[in-house]
Structures are given as structure tokens and as C-alpha cells.
Design a protein around this ligand. Structure first.
Ligand code: PLP
Length: 485
């Protein structure tokens, strides 16, 4: 007889970092000062920080020991070779160009592969990836399956590429105008949704028959491999490490942010198969990042990433990592909160368009919801909707993606199940108050990647302007409760 076993973490806690709960009136001050943008809050004023899983990982004792083994030579650091070996073993790319983080790799890759006027199809855009493609002169085209844009669709692989959309684009633009197809695994902006191995293989066959390269955004490919093991029947008996290699075999190159899957606080790389391309990339890395054997990283950072790669593919690790995300998601679903289904790998995404259906899209409901959650509880989340999508570079108009989401992103090996319970209660509380929430408008809007530094003010109903009324999002309630106790 088999008994149910939970996903408890395959580690115990050796060092703790104290965090402090703030009062409601402190938080009101802090979110106003931050222009209602959670990116502009100070970390010290945050209780549970679910802004991102990027670089927020807790390293293991083995990684910290590795930090002490940093070889800080300018050229040919021992740690570079350790990283090269780990990338070859687990990702399978023979040429490794280290970069300070993922976008450093995206910059170099876009510059070596894109000619102005090119078209780059991909399974939904990612902010930094698309900016580098556009800065290099390309136009990005979303060729993800339609289900990805529907937060209620239960498709198990919402990250899949729609081959008909891809084919239509290639026929229209001409294969020679498509330098590569950009495939992310998992797809961050679709809600951490995975790509199916068989889908990626079909994409690779299609592209390679036409002389088009496939570039993998491998940032969360380990998490993607776990979903494949769980959901793609033919892959059930393969290890996560084996599936990761099979995913990478479909690609001619990969950009990587080690700050996600690889359990470090900084680092990234560009992996390539072709010697000629690797030579071009090494030529650029010295201009933008640093020498080709450190790419903007200290030796100790490369060592920590090499060890993190090995830890990231361990079955017990990845099972508990995604297990914790799904624990939070299931509790929110039980509380009746609309979230993106099925649950993804690194985060739970609240469907802000559904929750704040009384707010028009140009008042940025997801931005407003993230600010309200901080006000309620000190939990910091991130907007992933129209603010993140930015403006169309040609028309200057706001882009309104189908998904208007707030992301509760879970750092790896950092928070406990009790923290997840507090988050559930906080989100449920805000959900109760949703009818009273105000929208936002820009007071400062940066040109590129505006979501990071934008500032906002509340949009109030005409009857409220000039009055002594609410000073914050659903703040009347908040202040009322404070007065009571
Ligand atoms: C974080 C991320 C990047 C960029 O990596 P950085 O290390 O933040 O520069 C690229 N693609 C995806 C899918 C990401 O999540």
C-alpha cells in the first residue's frame, strides 16, 4: 500500500534573515512615495517579498563554500572552466559565453543574429528579450497558441508554439528575414506555462528545414522539464536532467538568466553550438560585459552558478520548488480568487482584469491591485499587464495584452508554508475589498522597460476630487480598521 507524501523541502535552515511587519499607516506613506510602483519600494519596508524569483534565491552551504573558492584572475579563472563544464553537461552547449545576467546574453545574441528589418517570432514576448530584439532592428511576432492568452484555459502546455501562425509569418516575411525563432521555456508572461518537448521538436524540424535557427530562452528550462516529466506521457520515466538535455538539443543556442533556475543571486550566459557564432559573441562580450572568461561576473559568482546548476536539476529540489508554488495557488483557488490556470512553475498570477473588472485597461488594474496588496499586508507583488507591455514603438500607443496580471513570484528556498498562508489571507482580504479600488495614471513614464521606474497617481471619481476623501487604494477601509484597533 502506498501512502501520500507531501513535497517537503529537501533542506533544513542554517541561517535566517529577520524581516519586519510594518503598520498600515507606514505602508500608506511608503506606497505613495513609491508612486504606486512596487519596484520603487524599499526592500526594508516589505514583509513578504514576492516581486520576483530573479536573483532572490537562497544559496546552499555548498554554494557558499564555492564562493570562497573564487579564482579572481582577470583571465582564465578556474571557476569559468567549472561553469563551462556544468553548462556542457546539463545544457549541452559546447560554447559558453558568461554574462552578468540574462539580458547581457540577449543583447549579444540579438546583435550577432539580427539585421535591421528582420522578424523574430516567439512564444509570447518577454520584456528584456523583446527590447534587445527591437533595439537590434527586428520586429517581434507572437506565435504562441491561442490558449496562452486565455487565463481560464486548462491546456497543459500553454507555452506551445502554434506552427500554423509560425508558418504564416515565415511565408509572408520570407525565411531569409527570420534569423531565429525565440522559444522560452517556461513562458514567463503567459504565467510560467511550459512548452511540450514534442512541440519544440516540431518547431526545430520546421525551422531547420528552412535554415532558421532556434534560440531557447533557458531561464526556467529546468522547471519546464519538470512539467514535461509530469504531463507528457512519453517522458514520464525520464529524469528532469535528461529532459533538460532533450529540450536543449532542439536549440542552436540559448540565453540564460542564472538568477532563476540556477539558484544564484547574479549571473547568466549565452550557450552556442556554432564556432563561428561563438567567435562573434566573444568579440562582443568584451565590449559590453567583460573578458570572455568572466563576462561581468566575479570568479566566485561563476562557481556558485556552476554548483547551482547541479542542484537545480535534482528531482527533490524541483518537486518541492514547484510544490510550494502550487500550494499557494491551490489555496487561492479555494478562496475563490481568479488566478491563471493551470498553475505555472515560478509564480501564481492573479487575473487582475477579472478581479478589478470595473476599472478600464488604461487605468492599469494590475498595477493598482499590486499596490493595494502591499497596502493591505506588506506583501510585494509585480504588475504583468499593460504597464509591462509598454508602447508600440511604431504607433506610440499603449499595448494592451490579453492578460492583465499580478504576479506573486516565489523565490527559491526562501519562504515557508506559513508565509504562503499569510499571502493567501492577504490576497483574499484585498479580493473582498475589490469594489472600492481606484485606477492609476502615469505621472512619470520612462521610454524603455517603463514598468521598472514608472510613477503613478490615483484616478479618482469626479465626486471625490478636492474632498478630504480616500487617500489611497481602498484606503478608507484600511484607515477605518486601524481606527477600530
Ligand atoms: C529574467 C528573465 C530574462 C532576463 O534575465 P535577467 O537575468 O533578468 O537579465 C529573460 N527571459 C526570461 C524568461 C526571464 O524570466
Amino acid at each position: 500500500m502506498t501512502h501520500h507524501r507531501s513535497w517537503a523541502e529537501p533542506w533544513k535552515i542554517k541561517v535566517v534573515e529577520p524581516i519586519r511587519m510594518t503598520t498600515a499607516s507606514e505602508r500608506k506613506e511608503h506606497i505613495r512615495e513609491a508612486g504606486y510602483n512596487t519596484f520603487l519600494l524599499r526592500s526594508a519596508d516589505v514583509y513578504i517579498d514576492l516581486l520576483t524569483d530573479s536573483g532572490t534565491n537562497a544559496m546552499s552551504d555548498r554554494q557558499w563554500a564555492g564562493m570562497m573558492m573564487g579564482d579572481e584572475a582577470y583571465a582564465g579563472s578556474r571557476n569559468y572552466y567549472a561553469l563551462e563544464e556544468a553548462v556542457r553537461e546539463f545544457y549541452g552547449f559546447p560554447h559558453l559565453i558568461p554574462t552578468h545576467q540574462g539580458r547581457g546574453a540577449e543583447n549579444i545574441l540579438s546583435k550577432i543574429l539580427i539585421t535591421p528589418g528582420d522578424h523574430v517570432p516567439g512564444n509570447m514576448y518577454f520584456t528584456t528579450t523583446r527590447v534587445h530584439q527591437e533595439l537590434a532592428g527586428a520586429t517581434f511576432h507572437d506565435v504562441i497558441i491561442d490558449e496562452a492568452h486565455d487565463p481560464a484555459s486548462e491546456h497543459p502546455f500553454k507555452g506551445n508554439v502554434d506552427l500554423d501562425k509560425l508558418d504564416a509569418l515565415v511565408r509572408e516575411g520570407g525565411a531569409e528575414k527570420v534569423p531565429y525563432v525565440s522559444v522560452a521555456a517556461t513562458v514567463n508572461l503567459a504565467g510560467g506555462q511550459p512548452v511540450e518537448l514534442s512541440n519544440l521538436r516540431r518547431v526545430a524540424d520546421y525551422c531547420h528545414a528552412r535554415g532558421i535557427r532556434v534560440i531557447l530562452d533557458a531561464t526556467r528550462a529546468v522547471e519546464n522539464a519538470w512539467f514535461i516529466q509530469q504531463r507528457e506521457p512519453a517522458m514520464r520515466d525520464h529524469t528532469v536532467a535528461e529532459i533538460l538535455r532533450l529540450l536543449c538539443e532542439c536549440a542552436d543556442g540559448a540565453t540564460m538568466s542564472g538568477k532563476k533556475d540556477s539558484l544564484v543571486n547574479i549571473g547568466g550566459w549565452l550557450g552556442l553550438r556554432e564556432e563561428r557564432l561563438a567567435e562573434a559573441a566573444r568579440g562582443l562580450v568584451v565590449v559590453y560585459e567583460g573578458l570572455h572568461t568572466y563576462g561581468g561576473l566575479a570568479g566566485r559568482d561563476m562557481e556558485a552558478m556552476a554548483i547551482g546548476i547541479r542542484e537545480s536539476v535534482e528531482e527533490d529540489h524541483i518537486r518541492s520548488r514547484i510544490g510550494q508554488v502550487h500550494y499557494l495557488g491551490k489555496r487561492l483557488i479555494d478562496a475563490g480568487v481568479p488566478v491563471v490556470r493551470p498553475l505555472g512553475g515560478h509564480a501564481v498570477f492573479l487575473d487582475a482584469a477579472a478581479i478589478l473588472s470595473h476599472l478600464p485597461r488604461d487605468q492599469f488594474p494590475a498595477q493598482a491591485l499590486a499596490a493595494a496588496l502591499y497596502l493591505e499586508s506588506g506583501v510585494r507583488a509585480m504588475e504583468r499587464g499593460a504597464v509591462s507591455a509598454g508602447r508600440d514603438p511604431k504607433t506610440g500607443e499603449n499595448r494592451y495584452p490579453a492578460l492583465e496580471l499580478v504576479r506573486l513570484t516565489i523565490p527559491r528556498r526562501v519562504y515557508t508554508q506559513a508565509h504562503m498562508d499569510v499571502v493567501t489571507e492577504s490576497v483574499a482580504e484585498v479580493f473582498e475589498q475589490r469594489g472600492q479600488m481606484h485606477g492609476l495614471r502615469f505621472t512619470y513614464e520612462p521610454e524603455l522597460l517603463r514598468f521598472f521606474q514608472a510613477r503613478f497617481e490615483l484616478v479618482r471619481a469626479p465626486s471625490e476630487t478636492g474632498g478630504a476623501g480616500a487617500g489611497g487604494i481602498a484606503l478608507a477601509q484600511l484607515e477605518g480598521r486601524q481606527a477600530l484597533g
